[in-house]
Design a protein around this ligand. Structure first.
Ligand code: TRP
Length: 455
């Protein structure tokens, strides 16, 4: 294997945390969380999601960061290296492969939605005045089914992502997040306060925190676990790669707690920014994928200062999406760079071009043209890729990461890597050995049962 001569590192604990939180906080928190909470009946879904973040997601987050840091290579290189050091099968590298490829596949549709966000940022600048439910739905429908504009937007979004990744860990990733993450946080808190003061905050609090357990069923529980993994960026290479840029003196468990808290905190803040507006304008909280793109613009069109609020909102969403997208591209770039020694800029452009092509197919999957009508197992390209990554690669990847760390690495080596207090280590070890594999395995089995066997 062509060994990397010098593997990059974060310049400080702070920039690592910003980058990791930047990866975690994205469309998953600000776009998916509110609409899944809306569909799943609010409070009960939120509580289940939070429990999964801390009981299942956090232990896997710690596991992934520690694998990355110990390996100091891309997810594929790190998994192979650690398996060899522990005298285990080379096949464990498959977990790394699944992560790197999964990241590329997710980015190919993530960047399509990222393109929608960019396009809506432009629309927001000229305001949404006169938008009612019918017009808003139609505008969004016309936009996503247009064969050209979503492709241009998708291209623009990917170009930004490639531009950042090609500049490297310190020159690209760190520079971007040190400016963007604080901006995101300030904007989000500002919007939340605006919503709290001007709109129906009480209704939003009631909706998000008052659990109606009757609305909970197997599907919403599965969805909550999937969202916990997705919003923490688990199992698809991002976190392991970011872990590989860590130095030995960083406290991984402590950082992981910070990342999980920031990630779920932002999801809640996003809910508290969005739902007061939804309720104050009498809109429907269960509007699925359209919540952000069709429901909110109606409110932005009516509220005083709506042009500014709407523009800030879509800018915030763009920032969140970009800082996540770079973490989806980075694992593949780091792998190719490590294996071939080809200049990172070129690698980023090559892989980015492939992702653009794959994403264009998903974007067309939304439109009525010839390519858009191709369907595999009844899913369009976007649906198919979402299914493979969210329902297969993520749960299996997460399960095998937990199993590898819990059963195939010596306990002593794990203790040394994590430098946790004995008592805390015991809790983590129990979760990662038993709770995570069982919980994630059960999700996988029930998804497969629901789709393949029960049809
Ligand atoms: N966590 C991001 C979000 O919430 C998306 C993301 C980035 C991701 N990297 C990932 C999801 C790796 C799964 C795996 O939008």
């Amino acid at each position: 294997m062509a060994g990397p001569t010098q593997h990059a590192h974060w310049s400080s604990r702070w920039t690592f945390l910003l980058a990791a939180v930047g990866s975690a906080v994205g469309l998953g928190n600000i776009w998916k969380f509110p609409y899944e909470a809306g569909e799943g009946g609010g409070g009960a879904f939120v509580l289940v999601y939070l429990a999964f973040v801390f009981i299942v997601g956090l232990p896997v987050l710690i596991a992934e960061l520690s694998l990355g840091r110990r390996g100091q290579l891309s997810p594929i290189g790190s998994m192979a290296k650690i398996a060899a050091e522990e005298g285990r099968s080379k096949a464990w590298a498959i977990v790394g492969w699944s992560g790197v490829l999964g990241g590329v596949i997710v980015l190919s549709f993530y960047s399509v939605v990222g393109g929608w966000v960019l396009a809506y940022l432009l629309k927001a600048l000229s305001g949404f005045s006169g938008y009612d439910a019918a017009m808003s739905t139609q505008t969004f429908g016309n936009f996503v089914t247009d064969p050209v504009n979503p492709i241009i937007a998708h291209f623009a979004f990917l170009a930004i992502t490639i531009g950042i990744v090609s500049r490297g860990v310190q020159g690209g990733l760190e520079k971007a997040v040190t400016f963007l993450m604080p901006a995101l946080f300030v904007l989000l808190v500002g919007l939340m306060l605006y919503s709290a003061i001007t709109a129906d905050f009480a209704a939003a609090l009631n909706f998000l925190f008052n659990p109606d357990w009757g609305k909970l069923n197997v599907n919403t529980v599965l969805q909550a676990l999937g969202l916990a993994f997705f919003s923490l960026s688990l199992a698809l290479g991002s976190i392991m790669t970011y872990g590989s840029y860590l130095t030995k003196d960083m406290n991984i468990p402590q950082s992981a707690v910070t990342i999980a808290a920031a990630d779920s905190g932002v999801a809640l803040l996003a809910g508290l920014a969005i739902f007061p507006i939804v309720f104050a304008y009498g809109l429907n909280p269960g509007q699925s994928v359209g919540l952000v793109f069709t429901t909110l613009p109606i409110a932005f069109g009516q509220m005083p200062g709506g042009v500014i609020v709407g523009t800030l909102f879509f800018f915030l969403l763009t920032v969140a999406a970009v800082t996540s997208a770079i973490s989806l591209l980075e694992p593949a770039v780091s792998y190719v760079e490590e294996r071939t020694g080809i200049d990172r800029k070129k690698v980023a452009v090559y892989i980015g071009t492939g992702i653009f092509a794959m994403g264009t197919l998903s974007a067309w999957g939304q439109s009525g043209n010839v390519l858009g009508n191709i369907s595999i197992f009844g899913l369009d390209f976007m649906g198919l890729k979402d299914f493979i990554t969210n329902n297969i690669m993520m749960p299996l990847g997460g399960m095998f990461i937990a199993i590898f760390v819990g059963w195939f690495i010596s306990r002593k080596n794990m203790m040394e890597e994590l430098t946790m207090e004995e008592g805390t280590f015991k809790i983590w070890y129990f979760l990662v050995r038993y709770v995570c594999p069982v919980a994630v395995g059960a999700v996988f089995v029930s998804i497969i049962y629901n789709t393949v066997i029960a049809g």
